[in-house]
Design a protein around this ligand. Structure first.
Ligand code: CAA
Length: 383
């Protein structure tokens, strides 16, 4: 694996850094307090091509490889995880999955809008009673002539309130467990689909997280993505790549924690010198730096494997597991460097910690990643 970035990768990272400084950094605190990111950010993300990374240009994408995608995701995560999540879900879990599994008509119907930022996508897997045991979901899709009628509830859906299309997973046959699950592309304007923003989150407050309720939602049979009964494979393949994107976002959080801690340690004086002189502060900063490097290397390895067409699912779980736990540690250590100022939202550490905390929960908890890794090593499944 070559760790030197190509000219194109360096340029896209710089583009993302400039974007963060211009469009995100000045607004982060206000969006967090208002519990809403300015929706205009979606169009702007589309205009610079960040919502089309890795997608073919013939479908409106901006091309690029998975390392470029990670670099952009990291920079956005450094700026604001609520914005990073828009890309990870609308592009990472929805557009990339349509590109991988969709027929020509589905690709032409959805990809140009998703990559330009005209549409937002969301991923409807989790339900109020079904989180880690995703294959056991209970939303039902019943065939009625050349339509399906869908009933059920989806919970904690990132982008849910804003989304124009939901990649929805529902049970459409009587086959047991995950084998009865199919995937559907459901326009959110379809009658019978209602949504409610989830408020009171610890972090990611700017993000439009929602509960979706489907009551007799009718979609044509052509809305099914991939063959009937293959929905769980669609979800798992989406999450395998999605976990890399979450990991990259976590590298961004940890990097932001490092930058803030180093800056503050060089300014704040105690005992007659800046706190950077104190060895225990240097230890906190050194621990953050190590977490940043290790998380980044694990994440880049996944991108490299994907781009070379190699298996990557277990490596993606490793990267997501380590990077999410590292982001929490890094933000917590940065907060310690800031002392009491770290506890108020005029300084960045508290928000970084609140935003980091969910990374060990969504797109598969840390415990699920450990079981995926353990299964690969032992050949024995805990599920
Ligand atoms: N690509 C294609 N197919 C795949 C696949 C992949 N990467 N991984 C698995 N599959 C297929 C398998 O081949 C198998 O198919 P068949 O039955 O046809 O052979 C099927 O999927 C089941 O595979 P497993 O046996 O590995 O599945 P399992 O039931 O053992 O999985 C589990 C258990 C790993 C715990 C899984 O349920 C899981 O990942 N749970 C966590 C759920 C999760 O991550 N939820 C996140 C919600 S989405 C979210 O958070 C988004 C957001 O808003 C930010």
């Amino acid at each position: 694996m070559n760790l030197e970035l190509s000219e194109e990768q360096t340029a896209v990272r710089q583009l993302a850094r400039d974007f963060v400084e211009r469009e995100i950094a000045p607004n982060v605190v206000a969006w967090d307090r208002a519990e809403e990111v300015d929706r205009a950010i979606v169009k702007k993300l589309g205009e610079v091509g960040f919502l089309g990374l890795t997608i073919d240009e013939e479908y409106g994408g901006s091309g690029g490889d998975h390392l470029a995608y990670c670099l952009v995701t990291e920079e956005l995560g450094r700026g604001d995880s609520s914005v990073r999540g828009i890309v990870s879900v609308s592009l990472g879990l929805v557009a990339k999955t349509i590109a991988a599994w969709g027929d020509e008509e589905q690709k032409r119907r959805w990809l140009p809008g998703l990559t330009s930022g005209e549409y937002v996508g969301c991923f409807g897997l989790t339900e109020p009673g079904t989180g880690s045991d995703a294959g056991n979901l209970s939303t039902r899709a019943v065939r009625d002539g050349d339509h399906y009628v869908i009933n059920g509830t989806k919970m904690f859906i990132t982008n849910g309130t804003w989304a124009d299309v939901v990649l929805l997973f529902a049970r459409s046959t009587d086959a047991p467990g995950h084998k009865g699950v199919s995937a559907f592309l459901v326009p959110t304007g379809t009658p019978g689909l209602t949504r409610r923003t989830v408020h009171g989150k610890l972090g990611l407050r700017g993000q439009a997280t929602a509960e979706l309720v489907l009551e007799d939602v009718r979609v044509p049979a052509s809305a099914m993505l991939a063959p009937e009964g293959k929905g769980f494979s669609v979800a798992m393949s989406a999450l395998a790549k999605g976990r890399m994107s979450v990991a990259a976002g976590c590298v961004g959080i940890a990097q932001a924690a490092l930058d803030a801690a180093v800056r503050y340690a060089g300014e704040r004086e105690q005992f007659g010198k800046t706190i950077a002189h104190h060895q225990l502060v240097q230890e906190l900063i050194s621990d953050i730096a190590l977490d940043v490097d290790a998380a980044r290397l694990l994440t880049w390895r996944v991108a490299d494997l994907i781009d070379r067409g190699q298996p990557f699912t277990v490596e993606s779980s490793k990267a997501k597991l380590f990077a999410s736990e590292a982001a929490v540690r890094a933000a917590n250590n940065a907060l310690q460097v800031f002392g009491g100022y770290g506890y108020i939202d005029e300084y960045p550490a508290g928000k970084l910690l609140r935003d980091a905390r969910v990374m060990t929960l969504y797109e598969g908890t840390s415990q699920i990643q450990k079981l995926v890794i353990g299964r690969a090593l032992t050949g024995v499944s805990a599920f």
